[in-house]
Design a protein around this ligand. Structure first.
Ligand SMILES: NC(=O)c1ccc[n+]([C@@H]2O[C@H](COP(=O)([O-])OP(=O)(O)OC[C@H]3O[C@@H](n4cnc5c(N)ncnc54)[C@H](OP(=O)(O)O)[C@@H]3O)[C@@H](O)[C@H]2O)c1
Ligand SMILES: [Zn+2]
Length: 355
């Protein structure tokens, strides 16, 4: 199962809306004869790949899979049937698939056909691996990661607005890798106006994550790097009150627009889940970051702290008002990892409470 989990992780950032899945096939004598992982939605599932490699040696053997095999006809035929057709005698899974189209049905079908089923092996690791997928299934929203870079004294820009670059090149490359693991990267209109960001993974993910601009007023620049979409797609999301001229300008520029029922982070994430996003990155400024946090749209924080002092009481900080009136209302986030990135320090944290 450890090997199957390693294989599953090879698909990281590319399988959405599907989960990461890895599979190894052992022959009747317990020798490893096939390996596979799910590389991308629409391509063969891990089990099918491993079975192909194993060929006839799968007969009477064992399939070890990180997730319950599917039993529904999606873009590819059901893996439960492929396992039966290959003559697999035993299936070992780390966890059941909570997708309502499967939800125990895959294992029930296998058991009904006389296959021995063992479940729950390395279940915690498997759940951690597929946290974004599981979060979307349970909440109807992609898992949200909020990222910011700030000085040691907690500033994200000088009072005059100058902000590039607070962190060093190592931290910035790490952010490109972080983007590569996300299906969409979100900024607000203010960040687009002040930073003209590019928001790509610099080629580390194919296709690049969807770049999303969230704006109420659609007063967006005519020229912006995000409007050049040869490298990566861009979507502008807005609410019902967005002015007609702003909509028209975007339509004329060939930028996709999405009208949400409400101009709120939660509504945006629900729309992105419907488009198949399992994980999104908030790379926005303080106003939108605070709104996203308040609506439960952030499950992880990645904060890069540079050993620089920017000062200035009027300088920007990562977060706008969270509506707290007592410091004791602020629950501690749970440290997941501390890592040096050149001269900078990366804090990765999980939200307090159940995810
Ligand atoms: N250091 C860092 O890591 C980092 C990262 C990102 C940004 N920044 C800095 O942050 C500054 C921009 O800050 P900002 O607060 O204006 O951030 P922002 O990312 O532009 O978000 C605010 C904008 O989001 C849009 N929005 C849509 N719905 C919203 C809602 N429900 N609640 C709040 N906003 C909503 C609005 O756009 P419209 O105004 O278009 O309607 C609003 O002005 C820039 O100076 C940038 O350099 C720093
Ligand atoms: Zn399958």
């Amino acid at each position: 199962m450890q090997r199957a989990l390693q294989l599953a992780a090879l698909g990281a950032g590319r399988t959405s809306p599907n989960p990461l899945v890895g599979c190894v096939v052992l022959d009747a004598q317990g020798r490893l004869v096939g390996e596979g992982f799910h590389a991308r939605a629409g391509t063969p599932h891990a089990e099918v790949q491993a079975l192909r490699q194993a060929g006839e040696r799968a007969q009477g053997g064992t399939a070890v899979v990180t997730l319950e095999p599917c039993c529904h006809h999606g873009r590819t035929p059901p893996c439960s049937e492929a396992l039966l057709a290959a003559g697999i005698a035993r299936v070992v899974v780390a966890m059941d698939d909570p997708d309502p189209r499967v939800a125990g049905g895959g294992l029930a079908q296998l058991q009904g056909a006389g296959v021995e089923v063992i479940r729950g092996i390395c279940a915690a690791e498997a759940r951690a691996l597929n946290r974004p997928f599981l979060h979307r299934l349970h909440s109807g929203r992609p898992l949200g990661v909020l990222k910011w870079a700030m000085s040691l004294d907690g500033r994200t820009a000088l009072p005059n607005g100058s902000s590039q670059w607070i962190s060093g090149p190592t931290a910035r490359s790490w952010v490109h890798r972080l983007r590569a693991g996300c299906d969409a990267v979100i900024v607000g209109g203010g960040t687009l106006r002040s930073d003209d960001p590019l928001l790509t993974s610099r080629g580390q993910r194919h296709p690049e994550p969807l770049r999303v601009v969230f704006s109420r007023g659609l007063e967006l620049p005519d020229q912006a790097r995000l409007w050049h979409q040869a490298e990566a797609p861009t979507l502008v999301a807005h609410g019902p009150e967005a002015p007609a001229d702003g909509r028209q300008r975007l339509d004329q520029a060939g930028v996709e627009r999405l009208e949400l029922p409400r101009c709120e982070p939660a509504a945006l994430l629900e729309a992105l889940a419907a488009r198949g996003c399992n994980q999104v990155l908030w790379e926005c400024g303080p106003a939108l970051a605070a709104a996203a946090l308040q609506q439960g749209c952030v499950q992880q924080i990645a904060a890069v702290i540079a050993p620089k002092l920017l000062g200035g009481e009027a300088a920007r900080t990562p977060l706008g008002d969270l509506g707290l009136v007592d410091v004791n209302q602020a629950e501690p986030w749970m440290l997941q990892r501390l890592q040096g990135l050149g001269p900078d320090l990366l804090w990765q944290l999980n939200a307090p409470g159940p995810s």
